[in-house]
Ligand binder design. Sequence first.
Ligand code: ADP
Length: 502
Amino acid sequence: MTTASLPALHPMLQEFLGRRVHKLLIDGRAVEASSGRTFATLNPATGQTLGIVAEADAADVDRAVACARAALSGPWSKMSPAEREKILHKAADLIEARAEAFAQLESLDNGKVIREAKSGDLPLSVALFRYYGGWPTKLHGETTPVSVPYYPGAKFLHYTVREPVGVVGAIIPWNFPLLMAVERLAPALACGNTVILKPAEQTPLSALWLGELLLEAGVPPGVVNVLPGFGKTAGAAIAAHMGVDKVTFTGSTATGREVLKASAGNMKRVTMELGGKSPNIVFADADMEAAARGMFMGIFYNQGQTCSAGSRVFIERPAHEKLLSALAERAKTIRMGNPLDPKMHMGPLVSDQQRRRVLSYIDSGKAEGAQLLTGGAAAPGEGFFVQPTVFGGVKDGMKIAREEIFGPVVSVFAFDSVDEVLERANATDYGLVAAVWTKDVKKAHLAAAKLKAGTVWINCYQFVDAAAPWGGVKQSGYGREKGPWALENYTSLKSVWVDLNA
Ligand code: ADP
């Protein structure tokens, strides 16, 4: 662990963090929770309290849903698509202008290193608002040449209209707090919906700040409501609420299952972005330097706390030994320390609970006989740090090979043939992403066709864009975020018939 002098916090952030309590945002106003309860959000690099936050529960969800429903027929619904575009672009500009402050806040509340927050979370958040900022004027319906068999010769005009779904409940996790919020808000707002956003209890601050920024951008009160709180109370209340029309959920598969069950009461439309145990496959003919970088990025980005972590690395036998030790050597060079320090590559995990969870997986890897090449422990001192950990000699049946760890722990396997590796890669309940490293175009496309995953990366890893779809197959969920595909999630299609017969 390395310590260093840290850069000063942005003055706007200092002011934000100076608030006594970070209140809920309902109907455009900062309000206390109905219960009066609060909870602490911690800085995972120190374990110290970063802020006190109002704790929403079912009563607050009721209040917020009532406002969001009312806002569906308020000024928001009367705005022209062009006006909505202007607001979304303004939101992008405001985030961009405050990028430094937001990046510091993400780093403080989540533990991610500032260099990743600045190069990843922030530019992508801005890009999402710009991308969806272009859509309101393009959300048109179509005319359809209809025929009615029981009314030969009859003439009709038939057209479709894309309407907002209504009130959207967005339940998001802690690994990319701002980005996950924006990924839901930008398309939901582009389509004219209103939103109840519940950030994760570990990282509520940037969503609250974003809610205020959206008011400043011109989003009318009640359109975006932000309710920090816990999953079993606030989250469950959103999932079950009869006044919420759609739920977009990102989180663990187990919690996704709960949300799905709870949403059945009023047949909510649901999209689910869940866990992963993604294969990163390196053939012996690959560019080894690029593959090594990709394996490294794939698992250690965001401390491994990504649903797309390349947590199962398969290396073709002739390259296996060399690449495995290259990965372990590279992991030893990681600078881990206070994430606000721009020199750091890795910060702490988000919470003590997450650290304990990850350490228990490391223990199980050791106990099941995997070969620990580097890491394998918490870092001494304050904060929730876990060393970057590489296991070789992993067997497919081991717990670390099957379950999502959500931390900086990679399992490395050797393989001998294309068919074998594709079968083993697919032998998981998950299917979010997969990657293949090879110079052989045929092999790459064969693998892309056969891998059961929502995204396949060829000779790259962890690439995302506002315009490219994101989502999984199997127990990694369904529905696609980003790109034009997300617009399907946030609109419903109305079919209109006009009788043109005399
Ligand atoms: P993790 O285990 O990584 O914290 P979760 O899937 O439990 O991930 O959490 C993702 C989001 O889901 C968080 O905002 C959390 O508060 C929320 N959540 C947790 N449990 C429930 C639940 N039963 N109903 C609705 N939301 C929940």
